[in-house]
Design a protein. Structure first.
Length: 572
C-alpha cells in the first residue's frame, strides 16, 4: 500500500493541522474516516445528466472509478458538471449554448477543484463538448489526471441495416421532399438510438474519444467499448487506480500533452475521417498547456496522414465495429508502424505510447481499419483550407467525398434559420454555394453546428450538388462539401461578411484553397460600407462569452492560457 505525503499536495490546505479542524468536521459529517481524510483527495467528475443518452451511464462508471481510487489508497470526491448535448440542441437556438458549454465545463471543474483543494482528477465524459472540456480542465489545473470516455451508443437497426441518429436527421430531408411517409419516419426515430451512449459514428464524441487515447490522457482501449458494456466498469476502476500511481510518480497532464502528443492526436482525427471539431478542440487544449497549435498547424498534420478507418458518416462502420475489430490501440499501432506517430510520448500508464502498443498486432480478418500501405485515401479525412475568403483558415471533412473541387455562385444567409427555411422549401439551386454567416464564436454567439441544414440537403438528394460555407461549425455527423470555421468571422468584418448573392466562390480541397472571386477593389468598397451588426444577446452567459472569445483558428478560447499563467494550481 502506497503511503502518500500530503505536505506538498493541495489538499493539505483543507485537511492537515489543528487550524483545519473546522474543515475536517465537514468530512466527518459525510461519513469519512480519519484515514480517508489523511489520504490524497481525488476529484471524480462526470458530466452525468438526463439530457440525452450520451450521459446517462456516466454516474455508474464514476462509482467504479471511485472504487479504483479507494483501492489504491486515495479518497475520491465525486462531483458533476453540466453538458449540453448537441443532438438535442441541434437545429434551433439551443445550439448557441453548445460550444459555450465547453468553457463552462472547464471553468466549473477548475473552480470545484480549486475551491476544495483536490489533488488529482478522474474525468468521465459522454457528449461532444464535454470531452475536450474535461481535458482542457486537466491541462489548466495540471494535477495528475486520467480521462475516460463514457462509451458510444449501440447502432440501431432499421430494415435490416445499422442506423445512427444521422440517418434520422437525413430522413427529415427525405420526408420534407415527399419521399418518406410519416409512418416510416416515426418507425426510424423509434429504433435509431437503442441504448445509453454517445452517437455511434465518427462524429465529435468518438473523434475526441480516439484523441484521448492518442494524446495519452486515457488508458489504452478505454475509449472503445459501447456504453452499455459492463467491461467499461473495469476500465473505470483501472482509471481510478492509475491516477493514484500518477500522484505517486508526480506525472502531470502537461508532461503528457506535448506538441508531439498533439500531433499524434491530429493524426488520429485525420486517419479516422473524424469530426472537423477536432480542428477547434485541439488548439484549445494546446492553449491550456501553453502551446501554440492553431487550425492551420493541425491541418498540416491532416495533409500528410492517410485515411484508414472506414467509419460513418463518410464510411460504413460505427464505433462498436472498430472496437470489435481491434479498437483504438490497433489503429494507433497501425499508424505507429507506418511512421505516422511519435512513439516516445508519455501516457497515463507511465509508459510511452510505443510501449503501450508493444503487444498489439494488426487483425487482417476485419474490414474497419485499413493498413497504411493500402489506405482508403492517401491523405486525411479532414482538410484545412486557406485563401481570400478565409485568410485565417477554414476546415472541411472530405472522408467519403469523390469530388474535391467546387466552384459556384453564392447565396447568402445571415443566420442558420434562414438557410434551413430555404433548404426545407427547396429555394436553392444545384451549383450554388450556400453561405451561412454571423454564426461564428462572437457573431452567433456560440458558433452553432449546422447538421439540420446539411442533413436536409442530403435527404433531398442534393448532397453533391451544392456546397456550404459558414463561420459557424458543422457537426461531426455532417458529410458533403461543407466548410466551417471560416475566419475571420463575419462579426469581425471578415471576407465572409462581404459576399453578395451571385459572387463566384472557388473551393479546392485537394490544393487546400478557398477563394472569393471578386476584385480586391470591389471588396475594399464593400468593406468601407460594412457595419458591425448589433447582436440580440445583450446580457447573460452568451453576452459574457462574446466579450472574451477569440477566433476559431485559435480554438475559440476565452482566457490567455497556460503561456500567460504566473503560477499553477497544482503547485499551490
Amino acid at each position: 500500500m502506497t503511503r502518500f505525503d500530503k505536505s506538498k499536495l493541495p489538499s493539505r490546505y483543507v485537511s492537515v493541522g489543528p487550524e483545519r479542524a473546522p474543515h475536517r468536521s465537514y468530512y466527518y459529517a459525510m461519513g469519512m474516516t480519519e484515514e480517508e481524510i489523511n489520504q490524497p483527495f481525488v476529484g471524480v467528475v462526470s458530466c452525468w445528466n438526463e439530457a440525452a443518452p450520451c450521459n446517462i451511464s456516466l454516474m455508474r462508471q464514476a462509482q467504479s472509478a471511485k472504487a479504483g481510487v479507494r483501492a489504491a489508497s486515495g479518497t475520491p470526491r465525486e462531483f458533476c458538471t453540466i453538458t449540453v448535448t448537441d443532438g438535442i440542441a441541434m437545429g434551433h437556438e439551443g445550439m448557441k449554448s453548445s460550444l459555450v458549454s465547453r468553457e463552462v465545463i472547464a471553468d466549473s471543474v477548475e473552480l470545484t477543484m480549486r475551491g476544495h483543494c483536490y489533488d488529482a482528477m478522474v474525468g468521465l465524459a459522454g457528449c461532444d463538448k464535454s470531452l475536450p472540456g474535461l481535458m482542457m480542465a486537466m491541462l489548466r489545473l495540471n494535477v495528475p489526471s486520467v480521462f475516460m470516455y463514457g462509451g458510444s451508443i449501440m447502432p440501431g437497426e432499421f430494415k435490416g441495416k445499422d442506423v445512427t441518429v444521422m440517418d434520422v436527421f437525413e430522413a427529415v430531408g427525405q420526408h420534407a421532399a415527399g419521399n418518406l411517409p410519416d409512418s416510416e419516419l416515426h418507425d426510424l426515430e423509434c429504433v435509431a438510438c437503442p441504448s445509453a451512449g454517445a452517437c455511434g459514428g465518427q462524429f465529435t464524441a468518438n473523434t475526441m474519444a480516439c484523441v484521448s487515447e492518442a494524446i495519452g490522457l486515457a488508458l489504452p482501449n478505454s475509449a472503445g467499448a459501447p456504453a452499455p458494456y459492463v467491461s467499461r466498469d473495469a476500465y473505470a476502476e483501472a482509471s481510478g487506480r492509475a491516477v493514484m500511481d500518477l500522484i505517486a510518480r508526480n506525472i502531470r497532464p502537461r508532461d503528457i500533452v506535448t506538441r508531439k502528443a498533439l500531433e499524434n492526436a491530429a493524426t488520429v482525427v485525420a486517419a479516422t475521417g473524424g469530426s472537423t471539431n477536432g480542428g477547434l478542440h485541439l488548439p484549445a487544449m494546446a492553449h491550456e498547456a501553453g502551446i501554440d497549435f492553431d487550425l492551420m498547424e493541425v491541418a498540416e498534420i491532416f495533409k500528410k496522414t492517410p485515411y484508414i478507418a472506414d467509419l460513418k458518416p463518410g464510411g460504413n462502420y460505427v464505433a462498436k465495429d472498430m472496437y470489435e475489430a481491434g479498437g483504438v490501440p490497433m489503429l494507433l499501432k497501425t499508424l505507429l508502424d507506418g511512421g505516422y506517430l511519435h512513439g516516445d510520448c508519455l501516457t497515463v500508464t507511465g509508459k510511452s505510447l510505443a510501449e503501450n502498443l508493444e503487444d498489439i498486432t494488426f487483425n487482417p480478418d476485419q474490414k474497419v481499419i485499413y493498413p497504411v500501405s493500402n489506405p482508403i485515401s492517401p491523405t486525411g479525412g479532414v482538410v484545412g483550407l486557406k485563401g481570400s475568403l478565409a485568410p485565417d483558415g477554414a476546415i472541411v471533412k472530405v472522408a467519403g467525398m469523390e469530388v474535391l473541387q467546387f466552384e459556384g455562385t453564392a447565396r447568402c444567409f445571415d443566420c442558420e434559420e434562414d438557410a434551413f427555411a430555404a433548404v426545407a422549401s427547396e429555394q436553392y439551386k444545384p451549383g450554388e454555394v450556400l453561405v451561412i454567416r454571423y454564426e461564428g464564436p462572437k457573431g452567433g454567439p456560440g458558433m452553432r453546428e449546422m447538421l439540420s441544414t446539411t442533413s436536409a440537403i442530403y435527404g433531398q438528394g442534393n448532397g453533391d450538388k451544392v456546397a456550404l460555407i459558414t463561420d459557424g461549425r458543422f457537426s461531426g455527423a455532417t458529410r458533403g462539401f461543407c466548410i466551417g470555421h471560416v475566419g475571420p468571422e463575419a462579426a469581425e468584418g471578415g471576407p465572409i461578411a462581404l459576399i453578395e448573392d451571385g459572387d463566384k466562390i472557388s473551393i479546392d480541397a485537394e490544393a487546400g484553397t478557398i477563394d472569393l472571386l471578386v476584385e480586391a477593389t470591389v471588396l475594399a468598397e464593400r468593406k468601407a460600407k460594412w457595419q458591425a451588426r448589433e447582436n440580440d444577446f445583450a446580457s447573460g452567459t452568451l453576452w459574457k462569452y462574446m466579450q472574451t472569445v477569440g477566433p476559431a483558428s485559435k480554438g475559440a478560447v476565452t482566457h490567455p492560457g497556460g503561456a500567460k499563467e504566473k503560477k499553477q494550481y497544482a503547485d499551490i
